[in-house]
Design a protein around this ligand. Structure first.
Ligand SMILES: [Cu+2]
Length: 161
């Protein structure tokens, strides 16, 4: 069976001095096993799928990151920041059209509605990864940590394309 894509989600919680760091490794297959994986992950409020980064052209230190974020909880969740060891800075951006001109702006947060999903994609919300510390290789996975307004952290894996 061919693996189409992989992702890893990590939830870090700080609760009353207890430091929990459960790590879940999930391989999604483009088959009926998809359903099984989702059931297994039902406890995690945020799930990530199809994470990707376009390899920046030579000389560029900046890249856009895309992925689908699912909120399986019954409350709206806000992601207020993101970071990656491979970049000096990661910003949450939104591209909008102003007349014929596409403009992107830094967002203070991105919200994923309870039970809903948000797709970060070209021409919409996306991650702006800036200050690349070393070149990205095609096929390499880059870890990005998302932080919610509650201070919870989630790790997503973005594949370099
Ligand atoms: Cu941008």
């Amino acid at each position: 069976m061919k693996t189409i894509f992989k992702f890893r989600t990590r939830l870090t919680q700080h609760r009353a001095g207890i430091f929990l760091k459960p790590l879940m490794l999930v391989t999604l297959l483009l088959t009926s096993q998809l359903l099984t994986s989702q059931v297994a992950l039902a406890d995690l409020p945020l799930m990530f799928e199809q994470g990707s980064i376009n390899q920046p052209p030579a000389g560029s230190m900046m890249a856009a990151g895309y992925l689908k974020i699912k909120n399986t909880s019954d409350t709206d969740l806000r992601i207020v920041s993101a970071r990656s060891d491979r970049f000096k800075m990661v910003e949450l951006h939104l591209t909008t059209m102003e007349g014929d001109v596409a403009k992107m702006r830094k967002q203070k947060f991105i919200e994923v509605k309870a039970g809903g999903s948000l797709e970060l994609k070209h021409g919409a919300h996306h991650l702006m990864l800036m200050g690349m510390k070393k070149p990205l290789d095609k096929g390499e996975s880059i870890l990005v940590t998302f932080v919610t307004d509650a201070g919870d952290e989630f790790e997503a894996e973005l594949l370099v394309k």
